[in-house]
Design a binder for this molecule. Structure first.
Ligand code: ADP
Ligand code: MG
Length: 474
């Protein structure tokens, strides 16, 4: 019997079926069609890009083993993605993607002068090679400008990011600090700037790192007595991107070392890009001298996207995943998930997954169920920081003012409301609420909650405040 795509695939299926749950087999393998066999490469057709990504993420090892059993060590797999276009009248079209073809960022090589005081300069990321060290940029090429959609909510930050990418170190946006709430695109934008710089200036050394990892590396270097190497390493970077710098709060050792690295880079015309979940004025336990550096450049806010932007973000995501969905469903999701783009995407992904699993079409009803669950599950994740921010914004004051020791009545009331909502919407103890809202004790928080309860009954204006704010958290 001759070997055909179908015979090879059927043998693979038999092997796979023995190795995974029946439900998963039915969902993810039965819909696949073998299409072609050529030079050890088997082409299989999958129903959507989402499907392909799922296979690559969850079953690629199994697929490889199965295929090698059939076709030998050189076996290759090619996916053909069929765009079903259920809702439009366009012709279905296909896209071919080889297995595991995700492009990665090329490693960057850097020649370290031999005269360097410390010839054993250690790169905290990779192999201790001497002289010529390879620095992985740690950039994710999927986070680029092209798929960072523009809207009123991000226009300033996005165009500042573009400007920096065009002329790293050569604009007055140094450092560029991007700030905004969770899931609004800080990490994506930070990567996009780095990815764009690598495209335009391949010879520049770009490094992305989270403040958390930076801190771990620093602590490690202190333990191993290699603090100087650590500093030297970072001083070699042309474009340093540090994500979530609020993580440095209270960590004075790491702040100190970052201060020195920052000064060195800045003086040498290197670019620094930072992200944070708060504006510099609202950052706590960050040394003044570091805060003042943050303010040297530009602080640009990522705000909550408006409805139109949310719709275009969703459409773009679906387009990239090769999934079609009726407008009314996209609109339903965009209308109901407002404050966080990550959740917006999460809801759509879970919608696609549900319909794949249950072999159901994506209907408005299914969308309503998924969105409802999503909204319910994420509601409670209101943090005390967020509550303080919302209450301060509502009364048009800074968080610092809300937390201050002043006895001015409207400020006291704002503070008491923040405590009241922190009690209501978080699981934090009275003591912890007090310490986070202007370093008060638990008795003060208890008193605040009682006062708010009383005023809610007696003061109409105050009741309105509570209702307005309540809406913002629920
Ligand atoms: P943050 O770092 O602010 O918490 P992320 O950068 O992780 O947020 O973004 C959350 C998700 O939302 C990511 O999947 C990102 O790609 C997506 N996203 C954010 N902003 C945009 C945008 N303007 N266009 C498209 N996708 C976006
Ligand atoms: Mg982030």
């Amino acid at each position: 019997m001759s070997v055909t795509a179908t015979s090879v695939w059927n043998n693979c299926l038999a092997f796979i079926e023995d190795n995974i749950q029946p439900q998963a087999f039915k969902t993810w393998f039965l819909p696949i069609k073998p299409v072609r066999l050529q030079d050890n490469a088997l082409s299989i057709q999958v129903p959507s890009k989402f499907f392909y990504e799922w296979l690559e993420e969850h079953y690629v090892k199994l697929l490889k083993v199965a295929l090698r059993k059939e076709l030998g060590a050189n076996a290759k797999l090619v996916y053909i993605i069929k765009m079903e276009n259920k809702y439009g009248n366009n012709e279905p079209f296909t896209e071919k993607i080889p297995s595991s073809n995700r492009s990665t960022m090329a490693p960057q090589e850097l020649d370290v002068p031999i005269t360097s005081k410390n010839p054993e300069l250690k790169n905290p990321f990779v192999i201790p090679g001497i002289r010529n060290i390879k620095i992985e940029s740690q950039l994710n090429p999927n986070y680029n400008f092209e798929n960072f959609l523009e809207g009123d909510s991000n226009r300033l930050a996005r165009s500042a990011g573009m400007a920096v990418a065009n002329k790293p170190g050569g604009t007055s946006f140094n450092p560029l600090l991007v700030f905004g709430g969770v899931g609004l695109g800080k990490t994506h934008l930070a990567h996009a700037i780095g990815v764009e710089i690598k495209d335009k200036y391949p010879e520049r050394t770009v490094l992305y790192i989270s403040a958390e990892k930076f801190t771990q590396q620093y602590i490690e270097s202190v333990k191993k007595n290699t603090r100087n190497d650590f500093i030297h390493f970072y001083q070699l970077i042309d474009v340093l991107i540090i994500d979530d710098v609020q993580f440095l709060s209270g960590k004075s050792g790491t702040q100190d070392v970052f201060f020195h690295i920052f000064n060195h880079l800045h003086q040498n015309g290197k670019q620094v890009i930072l992200t944070s979940d708060k504006a510099p004025v609202d950052m706590q336990d960050i040394e003044q001298r570091l805060l003042s550096r943050f303010k040297w450049g530009l602080s640009a806010e990522l705000q909550v996207p408006d409805y139109e932007t949310r719709v275009s973000i969703l459409k773009n995501k679906l387009y990239r995943d090769g999934v079609e969905m009726p407008d009314e469903i996209i609109e339903h999701v965009a209308k109901n998930i407002k404050s966080n783009i990550r959740e917006l995407e999460g809801a759509i992904i879970s919608l696609i997954a549900q319909s794949s699993f249950n072999k159901r079409e994506v209907t408005l009803e299914l969308a309503q169920q998924v969105v409802e669950k999503f909204v319910k599950n994420t509601k409670r994740e209101v943090s005390i920081d967020y509550i303080q921010k919302v209450v301060s914004d509502y009364f048009e004051m800074d968080v610092a003012t809300l937390q201050s020791k002043t006895r001015k009545r409207h400020i006291v009331q704002a503070r008491q409301l923040a405590m009241f909502f922190a009690k209501k919407f978080t699981k934090a103890s009275l003591a912890s609420i007090g310490s986070q809202i202007g370093k008060r004790d638990h008795a003060t928080v208890l008193h605040a909650c009682k006062t708010v309860d009383n005023l809610a009954e007696t003061d109409k204006q105050f009741r309105k405040y509570i209702e307005d704010l309540n809406k913002k958290f629920t």
